[in-house]
Design a protein around this ligand. Sequence first.
Ligand code: C2E
Ligand code: MG
Ligand code: MG
Length: 582
Amino acid sequence: MPHRPNPALRVYAALARSRWPRSYRGRLLLALAGAGALPLAALGALVVAGTDDGRVRGAAVLAVAALGTAAGVALAALLVHHLLAPVRLTATALRHYRTKYTKPRLPTDFPDEAGMLMADVQHAIDRLDEIVVHVATYDRLTGLPNRILFRDQVRHALAQARRDARPLAVCMLDVDGFTNVNLSMGHHVGDSLLTAVAQRLQGVVRETDIVARMDGDEFAILCGGPATAEGVDLLARRIVDAMQRPFVASGKEVTLGISIGVTMFPTDDGDVEQLIQNATSAQCAVQSAGGNGYRFFSSELNARLQHRMSTEADLRRALERGQLALHYQPKVDVATGKVRGFEALLRWHHPERGLVSPVEFIPIAEETGLIVPIGEWVLRRACSQVAEWRDAGIPVVTTSVNLSARQFKHADLATLVRAVLHETRLDPALLELEVTESMLMEDTGRAVGTLQALREHGVSISLDDFGTGYSSLGYLTRFPIDAIKLDKSFVRDVVTNRQNGAITTAIIDLGHSLGLDVVAEGVETREQFEYLAQRACDVVQGFLFGRPVPADEVPALVEKLGAMPPARDGTELPVRRGVRVA
Ligand code: C2E
Ligand code: MG
Ligand code: MG
């Protein structure tokens, strides 16, 4: 684009185009010399004009010399002022670029030194600006557009899509388990994996699609050219497949998964932020469901996520506002019909929603990490409660507390348990911890260590919801546990479903042959109870014997059914085969 002539450069421009002198310095010197010679020229002119009167001549000489000098100085000053204009303009341009980040528009077509100064500064700033823009809008590690540029690109694409009624899709992607890679293999390995992921993504998308790196292990794709649901579905599937192939990092094979959330415009309308938010919500839903897959955003999903978010926000305050409580459900000894234990079950009294089921809020607490303080509260509350009963002279039985996966993984679990037992002066035999199969299978070596540490404190362990998870029989011998709790899904139709009946019988026998107690959960009918009792199940728990009740109802229940405190010498408590139908 041609420059509009800068008025400040008018004189400079006229002089700069003269053939002689060619250099800027030459022009400056000529201007000064010319202006300086002006009085001399004036005197010369006077001599040429000539008069005979000496005094008049003397005065005239002085006057002309003074006038000529003044004019010469003024002219020199004017010329220097104009000739220095390029320097002033360049200095101002640099200052404005530095302080206000405004790009200068200096002329680049003058050939002398001052002209080259302006041209060089203009080119340097143009280049610098390109670099600054690149650094600010591209990711240094992968070379992909970053979140700023991606948002800009979506904004442009969205404006165009609205104008041309052309559909587009925005996908948000998150690499599953990447934090673990960073933690276990170091950040440099993490970086090279991210670069490899970026390359793989670019290898899968169409040329018209834009892949960006949003942050850490988050990527995004804009499909704009135009996008169909089928096309994006295929793309998402291809990305998930592509990620299945192992990556090689530091000579080791690493397998990663990816969670993809997709939102389509105009199906899901909204501005840039809304589209990115939709895709992120869908991606979070994939992650919550275990990751490694993709999902399209839907308003129903949105409603669910909103609900979840408000539950999460409320749950954060539930503990400090005293909205959590424990209820206790009896576990009844089959042989004697007495209460052999209680299971402490968490209840949340929500101020507006009433009683919220732990099935709904425990997974949220688990995901957000809130389960750690909540779990600690449960443990402390249950132990203090049993201690209170004990101190009040009420017969006490072993009370079990459910552990969540995150609590179980917590390095200080055994220390915490010991501290709480110490604080409440509770006999460790009165505490049982319930864990699930999946918690043990995640890192079996560590799990064995944790269970051993807990048992060394005198606490017993039972395996909850047995039969719903891996049910690998081999691990039953590996893990130091005391009891298995047969899941209620088997008990529900144990009488009517022959297969479940057979599995239940097999589990009871297996438990016994390994010296474990077998507890059946969810016993609701007398038929179920009789079936289990005939197969020598040790303990039953379910609505037939009592629903979970608040702590203040426990003493009456104990009185009604009778209590079976744990054996002090560590020997097996009940007469296991003494089947008695209550
Ligand atoms: P769970 O540990 O398997 O607890 C047994 C669940 O079965 C309880 O549900 C109990 O109320 C229910 N139940 C007991 N008898 C019957 C019956 O006869 N029929 C039927 N249909 N259900 C019966 P609840 O209290 O809703 O707890 C659900 C789950 O929430 C628990 O399953 C446990 O996994 C979790 N949970 C509860 N409290 C805590 C806690 O303090 N910490 C952790 N981490 N998880 C907890
Ligand atoms: Mg349980
Ligand atoms: Mg259970």
